[in-house]
Design a protein around this ligand. Structure first.
Ligand SMILES: [Zn+2]
Length: 123
């Protein structure tokens, strides 16, 4: 069953038993963890980092950016978490997945490139 909502819990440590329909957010470990919302039971860990995901907490609900694409899982689910709602994407084809990965690589390269420039400027 595809889920439409997720609850969030702020935790220090991600519990051993990850409950379905809950996204655990650990500030000390800069990660969010949830079970794939398609119901397949796979645990999805999203690092909260400038180059990975960002969490927006508005005091009531959370949003996760960018979308979650579980390409490496058999279910290949792709969805957004927006204000605790699950917004499902249609299934991406192989080319789109490829482009998505490429974009990610470019974003990371840009980010770390900037950082390196900043470091060399500091010297
Ligand atoms: Zn799944």
């Amino acid at each position: 069953m595809k889920r439409k909502m997720i609850r969030h819990k702020f935790v220090d440590l991600i519990p051993d038993m990850v409950e379905e329909g809950v996204i655990y957010i650990s500030i000390p470990f800069s990660t969010a963890t949830h079970k794939c919302v398609c119901g397949c039971g796979e645990i999805i860990v999203t690092p909260i980092k400038p180059t990975d995901w960002e969490i927006i907490w508005n005091g009531d609900t959370v949003s996760l950016n960018p979308s979650i694409g579980n390409w490496s899982l058999p279910c290949q689910s792709h969805y957004w978490i927006e204000e605790n709602k699950i917004i499902w994407s249609r299934k991406w084809n192989d080319l789109e997945i490829e482009i998505g990965r490429e974009k990610d690589t470019v974003a990371k390269a840009k980010h770390y490139g900037k950082f390196r420039r900043w470091l060399s400027w500091m010297k």
